[in-house]
Structures are given as C-alpha cells and as structure tokens.
Design a protein around this ligand. Structure first.
Ligand code: ACM
Length: 678
C-alpha cells in the first residue's frame, strides 16, 4: 500500500501555492504581455448563458476557433454554455461578447495580427482587421479568466495589441527522432496559445528524410526507416496550423547533413557509396555533389513536387555545417573548382545554393537557410536564420539580408527560461538604422531531435518556449524576470488543456523508472535536479545513438527546477536578513531531501535503471545536512570551525559532480550558506 506522508516539504508547497494564488488574484497572467494594456477596475462575470457573436466578414476558420475557445472556457469552469458549434449560418445576436472581424487573414509573413480587446462589466468587444488578430485576442481573453468571490470573471481591461516581430517560431527536428502527427498538432495548439505563428519543420538530416514523394518513392522506402509523413498527413498538418494562424515551412538540409538521402541516391554524393542511414549524432562527411548536373536534375524534379506540397512562400535549404571533406577529397570536384574559378568550399556552396535558388524561384519560393548560406554571391532576397549569433544577424542586416535569430533560443541546450527571455533579436547597441532594423524579422526556438522522443519533447519545449514567445511578441522593454516566471507557472499548467504532456508524461516516465513502485522518493530528487547543460550529455562517456534509450532519470527531469530556483532565492534572502520564516522553509526542504535518500535506496534496489543516481541521492542528503547545520550556525550567530569547513567544503565539491548526466541544482545555495559561516 502506498503511504502518503505529509512531509514538511508538502507544507512548504502548500505555502508556495497559496502565495502564488494570492499573487495571481492581484496580477494578470498574460503571456505574452500585450503591447498596451490598462486594467480598468471591476469585472465581467461569466455566466452559464455566455455566448459569442461574430460580426463582419471572416470565414469559417474564426467560427471554428471561437467554438474551441468556448469549449475550453466551458471545461475550465464547468459552465454548461448552450451555444452550439459556431458557424456563419448559425449566428447568435447577442451584445454580451461581440467579435468584429473584417476579413480572413492570409497565412503569410507580415499579415495583420493586431486586435483590440475591451472587457467591461456588461460587455466584451474584440475588434480585429483579420481573423488572425481575433484568434490572438481570444487567447488573451482565455488567459484573463480569473476567480473573484466565487465567480468566474474576466477583469475589465482595455488592450491594444500587436506583435513586435512578424516571425515568431518553433523549429522541430523530426529527422533525428521522428515525431508523429499528434505530437506536432498538440505543439501547434500550444504555439497558438502564446501567439507564435511559424512552424519550421526540419524534415531531413543524416538520420532520415521524412516526407513522402510520389516522384521518388525510394525516399520513403530507403531513407526513412518507414518513419515519414505521407503527403496527406502533411496537408492535414498545414491545414491544422493555418486554422490556428500558423505558417508551416519545411527544411531540407542540403548539401551537408544529408547521409540518409544517399542510401537511395549514392550517385549524388561527393564520394562513392554505399551509404547507410546514420545512427550516430554529430557532423558527418556525406555531401551532395554540387558539380554534377544529376544533382540539379534531381532537385528540379523533387522540389517541383514538394514546393507544391508546402504552400508557404519560404523554403529552407539548411546549408549548415558542411565540413567540406568529401569535396576536398574528390578530384573531379577540385578540377571543377579550378576550371570555374571557384576559390573555396564556401564559394562552391554558394554556387550550389544559387543553382537551388533558381529551382525554388521557378516554383515561386523564397529561400531561407542557416548562417552559412550568406555569401557575396547570394542575392539579398534570401532570409538568414542565425544560429551562430546576433553579430552574424546584424552583419547580414547591414548587407541587406533579412534574418531571424535562433542563437540564444536553442531550447535543446537545457538553459533556464531567463537566459532565453533576456536574449533579444536586436542586441543593444547594434548600430542598425531604421531600414536595417526592419530586416530583423524575429526568431525561432530550435528543438533539435537528438535527445527527445514523443515521450518528453513537450517537456523540453514547454513552458520555456512561452517565455521566448513573449520575447518575440511583447515590447522590448518587457523583461521583468520574476514576473515572467510567475506567469510561466500558470501558462505551464494551462498548456495541459491543449494536450501538452510535459507534466503528465513525467509521472508516466517515473512509473517506468520505478517499475511501478511508489514514485514519490524519485519525484523528490527529480524535482531538484536538472539535465547537464549545453551538449555535455554527449561528452560524458555515454555514446548515444538514434535507438538508444531516452527514458532514464535525466530524460524525466524538467529542464529547469522550480523548487531549486525558489530555494536559491530563499537562501539569498535568509543569508541577507536571517529571516526566521525563510529559515523554516529552507529547513523543511533540506530535512526532506536528507531523509529521501533512505527511501530512494529501496527503489534503487528494486529497479536497476535507477542505480546511476545513487551517488547523486547520497550527495543530496549530505549537502542537505550541511545546509541544515549552516542555517543553525547562522541563526545562532556563530561561525564554523576549520574542521567543519574542510569537511563540508569537500562534501559540497563532491555534490557538484554530475551523476546519471544530471546535476543537483541547489549546490550554489549551499555554497553561499557555507560561506556565510566562514
Ligand atoms: C545548426 O545548429 N547546425 C543549425
């Protein structure tokens, strides 16, 4: 039988949660923060006869969106709204909530997404030029829902909102690990809820090409392990995204990152085959041969097909990390370069890109690619996606290129939301003039696929992607980190109503890890650890491949520990003013962590997959004891003796070491407590 212990930690959580709820009733939970907002006092009370009336000239897309919003409201409140599915022919004339919308928006870069939302005590009005703006306003309204005196209400507000940047996206790599359609769809819903409008679908890499071709069926047959999107599925995803105001464009990463293609087309590579789908992670040699006409004949036929499949005006050709090895070692390629006066590999890649650009232009597409496609021989109507840094983006803008920023938004690097949030697409002191600034279109966060599966991809993206969404939408001066985290917590749990699995899948993963024993001791430690940062996971003696397990403790942790962040802040507060309430809260946590080790050992003994975190758990117990002793010393205004300092400093150093590719996230706070008694 499972025992539920009311530990001191639980009391601390209750305290934090009740405090958070209090704060919520005073502040709005909007994310992204609107362009202009005034809170007008009073509120609109939501009642069971609530209905939506749509006026103007939108198409069915807005009626469907409004229907979904009404159902989400109904599910949150338990109110039985009588209104049936909204359609053009099934309108309600009601003054209570009126949406005025002039026209359906085009799903293109730069379309009007602005809206005004006025909530007053008896009436809600949402005005937008396009349905894309109206959708954004509806999401804002949902985020405004609050509880006052036992009623569901919307606070009275006047909001005039529009995005700072027109390109606000997420890239999902479905090549390294395939992500089924339902994963993509739930993430599209999440994107819409935080007003993101671009889905960049990374569809080919060394580890797989994921799109069905009717012209070259060898692609899905030989280059995908059978894990690919049918053309019907792709059309379905694009329709689904458009219904939520989101553009979808594909990336086919060429000429490098292309091993998988050569399983079917070895003759197009720059070195003889045969080739196998790459199972490892990294940068590999196989590269398209840019000097033979067959390469362009192939892309001419293939892209004639695939440009029609993806209606967006942009088409991403990758272009990153071509290591040039196959080109250097191929005599024919070297001869071609000499004959055509091509001075280096970068120029050869520009030659390739220009040939591909002709094909794209013929098919009415604009080219986008990673930094490496920037070259004096490329025309300025291409878009540069900068993964290397804002300097590269600024340089591109000065040279006349449009660009989007991804450097600083690499969400797979497992950095804190704060880091991404404070990273601005337009760096301070960029020196860009007005027209150069306009060339910076926005940004995208990138979810590379090496270490994620459908089980945990949502937890890597969310909620941190919502903080990035705010960076792209809200005015530049919105950057209060504490308030961002406060709102992020609320957004996080709201994402669940859209099917996002970051909270619920952790429970599932913990059950798998404990072999269905009680997960609580594991959850206690998992909540205070994080995966090692940047790409360290690949350099700790674990060799990951495509088919490796991504189900260990490290994969079940959240990228950012809330309890550790809270602990670090509270420890700072306590060290500064010896606040006894803070001391009690810290001690409750520390006691819980100290006692957790014995409980976790039982699970570890029963479930060998947990063995790798045994030293981590012992270390957590040890530094918790250190912390408890330091707090006692501080409270009694005593200093520690040399013996204590020597012993506990070495305990701390040991606890800083990662185990199971995870790290304890309170070591910096324990270090400060030790220093305070030095
Ligand atoms: C990249 O991260 N190589 C675009």
């Amino acid at each position: 039988m499972k025992r539920y212990l009311v530990t001191p930690l639980v009391l601390v959580f209750i305290f934090i949660i009740s405090f958070a709820l209090q704060a919520q009733s005073n502040k709005l939970n909007l994310m992204p923060v609107p362009h202009k907002l005034s809170v007008d006092g009073g509120y609109f009370k939501l009642q069971k006869d609530f209905s939506i009336s749509i006026k103007g000239n939108p198409d069915e897309r807005l009626f469907s969106y409004a229907t979904r919003v009404l159902r989400r409201l109904s599910n949150r409140t338990g109110l039985f709204f009588p209104q049936d599915v909204l359609t053009k022919d099934n309108t309600i004339n009601n003054d209570e909530f009126i949406i005025n919308c002039n026209r359906p928006g085009k799903i293109v870069l730069g379309e009007d997404e602005s809206y005004d939302l006025i909530v007053s005590s008896g009436k809600i009005e949402l005005n937008a030029e396009t349905d894309l703006g109206a959708m954004k306003g509806l999401e804002t309204l949902l985020q405004l829902l609050d509880i006052q005196n036992g009623d569901y209400v919307f606070p009275n507000v006047t909001i005039n909102d529009k995005p700072r940047f027109p390109w606000r996206g997420i890239m999902i790599d479905a090549s390294r690990h395939f992500e089924p359609v339902e994963v993509i769809k739930r993430n599209l819903d999440a994107m819409a809820s935080v007003k993101m409008n671009v889905f960049h679908w990374h569809l080919s890499d060394d580890q797989g090409v994921r799109v069905e071709s009717k012209v070259f069926p060898q692609i899905q047959k030989l280059c995908s392990d059978g894990l690919y999107y049918s053309q019907e599925q792709i059309k379905d995803v694009i329709r689904y995204a458009a219904d939520r105001g989101i553009r979808v464009y594909p990336e086919f990463d060429i000429p490098g990152h292309s091993t998988a293609w050569f399983v079917a087309f070895p003759e197009l590579a720059s070195a003889p085959g045969p080739y196998k789908i790459e199972r490892n992670w990294g940068v590999f040699d196989p590269t398209f041969n840019p000097t033979i006409e067959q390469t362009y004949e192939f892309f001419d036929k293939l892209f004639a097909e695939w440009t029609k499949l993806f209606p967006d005006e942009y088409f991403h050709i990758g272009g990153d990390e071509n290591n040039g090895k196959q080109w250097n070692e191929n005599k024919d390629i070297q001869d071609f370069m000499k004959k055509n006066n091509i001075k280096d590999n970068h120029a050869l890649q520009a030659y390739f890109n220009n040939r591909i650009l002709k094909i794209l232009t013929k098919n009415n597409k604009k080219m986008i690619g990673w930094d490496e496609i920037l070259h004096p021989q490329m025309p300025t109507n291409i878009v540069i996606q900068s993964w290397r840094g804002t300097d590269a983006l600024v340089e591109a803008a000065k040279k006349g290129y449009m660009g989007i920023l991804s450097n600083g938004y690499y969400i797979d690097l497992i950095q804190p939301a704060e880091f991404h949030y404070l990273n601005d697409p337009v760096p301070q002191g960029s020196g860009l003039n007005e027209s150069e600034l306009k060339r910076i279109l926005g940004g995208e966060t990138t979810q590379w696929g090496e270490l994620v599966t459908p089980d945990n991809i949502d937890s890597r993206l969310w909620p941190r992607a919502a903080a990035i969404a705010e960076r792209f939408w809200s005015p530049q001066e919105v950057k209060d980190v504490d308030d961002m985290y406060r709102r992020l917590d609320v957004i996080n749990f709201r994402l669940e109503e859209l099917g996002i699995t970051n909270i619920k899948n952790q429970e599932m993963m913990l059950r798998r890890l404990t072999n269905n024993l009680e997960t609580k001791p594991l959850k206690t430690i998992v909540d205070v650890i994080e995966p090692v940062k940047i790409y360290t996971r690949h350099s700790q003696g674990v060799k990951y491949q495509q088919h490796s397990p991504y189900s260990r403790v490290v994969d079940a942790t959240q990228p950012e520990s809330n309890i550790a962040r809270w602990f670090r802040k509270t420890a700072d507060k306590f060290i500064q003013n010896k606040d006894s309430k803070a001391a009690d809260e810290l001690k409750a946590c520390l006691s819980n962590w100290k006692e957790n080790h014995e409980k976790l050992l039982k699970l570890i003994n029963a479930s060998p997959i947990l063995k790798e975190i045994e030293p981590l758990s012992a270390n957590l117990a040890n530094i918790s004891e250190t912390g408890l002793e330091a707090i006692s010393l501080i409270l009694s205004s005593k200093k520690a003796d040399e013996n204590w300092l020597t012993k506990n400093s070495s305990i701390l150093e040991e606890a800083k070491k990662p185990y199971g590719q995870t790290e304890i996230m309170i070591t910096s706070a324990i270090e400060k407590l030790i220093n305070a008694v030095r």
